[in-house]
Design a protein around this ligand. Structure first.
Ligand code: EPS
Length: 402
């Protein structure tokens, strides 16, 4: 059913990460420099660990692009790990005589324990290397391609951090994009200013005062050998009406977005629009009344649905909130055991991030872009950008002027 499919491969400390993105239309302009922008954004953020000082993530196109445009064939991308020379013994591909000692102390909250039992491994490195969030670099590379694709149809995706370790900001797209002038030029320009602030914030927060509090919170957690999670908002602007479908469970846009976003490591909960708030209010205070005028077209006084009704985009901003747990690798490790002896031991500790919420925002933007690109390709059909653009002219969409 998926129009656009992608696979990733690669261990965190292996030679390289790879992805193949299949199902892209021909004629999409792409450059390695464009992909590098989102890869750099993923590496950002106060609270990231030492690895991000080693890596300068950048992909090389291996297939699917000629003279700067996609061919309609699978796009293959390679990202080489700069850290690899330090891991040639620990991560050797061939059997070696001086293999390192296996790791036996699973970290509570990580894939270590269940992975070791499931795959019958006595070395948790055989699990952690793939479960590491390093894999998300390739999702961001694939997502950057998808972002470029949907941009051709005036769809853009933003993300910003709303809380870190209990320090919360108030800014939300839920209040921002409502009413008759929700998407006029002035409102969109104000939104862009906010998003520029997010880009310059070390914690991707729209409010600099709250951002400073978040940084202090991360520093305090780091000093105690602890880690912090948080929450963030993903906003899709310009999605035409009718992405996804009400006719079958696995075609609903919220099904597709939930699966894509819940697949991001450490994400524990998702909300659309008003989210859990809908359970507490009567229907009259939840559903977004419909209006029309010649200037704005259809509009709503509220966007509690978060841009999705009946499993379809309804022309409003799609607003998603995600909740991320604190990373399980702690420099003051939790209690665990040695799986070989069953004797109590502190959990394994390796270099890690104290807080990766700002990075997760970029990964979530990527997974959202891939999902929107997929449903847009389904809606518009077409083997090339040119053909999709012809179809795009024909579909009824709410003009957002973006
Ligand atoms: C990551 C690379 C990893 C970790 C982090 C994410 O590199 P290293 O293990 O060499 O420090 O920094 O992954 C985790 C903390 C985790 O638990 O998965 C990256 O590129 O994002």
């Amino acid at each position: 059913m998926n129009r656009i499919r992608f696979l990733t491969a690669g261990e965190s400390h292996g030679q390289a990460l790879v992805t193949i993105v299949e199902g892209l239309p021909a004629g999409l302009e792409l450059s390695e420099d464009e992909i590098a922008i989102d890869l750099r954004r993923r590496q950002r953020g106060h609270g990231r660990g030492g690895r991000m000082k080693i890596e300068q993530d950048r992909v090389r196109f291996l297939a699917g692009v000629r003279y700067g445009k996609t061919l309609g064939s699978p796009v293959a991308m390679l990202l080489e790990n700069r850290d690899w020379p330090n891991w040639t013994q620990k991560m050797a591909v061939a059997a070696i005589t001086d293999a390192v000692q296996p790791l036996h102390m699973p970290r509570p909250g990580h894939a270590d324990f269940a992975g070791m039992v499931k795959y019958r491994q006595d070395d948790l490195r055989n699990i952690l290397e793939r479960s590491s969030a390093r894999e998300t670099a390739m999702r961001v590379a694939a997502g950057a391609v998808a972002r470029k694709l949907i941009k051709q149809f005036k769809v853009s995706i933003f993300g910003h951090v709303t809380s870190i370790g209990g320090v919360r900001g108030n800014f939300s797209a839920l209040d921002f994009f409502t009413g008759e002038n929700a998407y006029n030029a002035e409102r969109l320009a104000r939104w862009q200013v906010k998003m520029d602030d997010v880009e310059h914030s070390p914690v991707a927060c729209a409010d600099p005062v709250i951002g400073t509090e978040m940084i202090k919170n991360i520093d305090a957690a780091a000093a105690q050998g602890d880690s912090l999670g948080g929450s963030f908002e993903i906003v899709v602007l310009g999605a035409p009406v009718g992405l996804g479908s009400h006719v079958h469970w696995d075609r609903r846009l919220d099904t597709l977005l939930s699966a894509a976003l819940m697949s991001i490591p450490a994400i524990k909960a998702i909300e659309f629009g008003l989210g859990q708030g809908v359970a507490e209010r009567p229907g009259s205070q939840v559903h977004d009344e419909l209006f029309y005028n010649d200037n704005s077209g259809y509009y709503r006084a509220s966007n509690n649905a978060g841009g999705i009704e009946g499993g379809m985009s309804n022309g409003e901003a799609i607003i998603i909130r995600l909740y991320m747990k604190p990373l399980p690798t702690l420099s003051q490790p939790l209690q665990s055991l040695d799986v070989a002896t069953h004797q109590p031991q502190k959990a394994f500790h390796e270099r890690a991030d104290v807080c990766a919420v700002p990075a997760a925002v970029v990964v979530a933007e990527a997974m959202t872009a891939l999902t929107i690109a997929n449903t847009l390709c389904e809606k518009l059909g077409g083997d090339s950008i040119t053909e999709m653009q012809e179809h795009f002219k024909d579909i009824a969409h709410v003009p957002l002027g973006w």
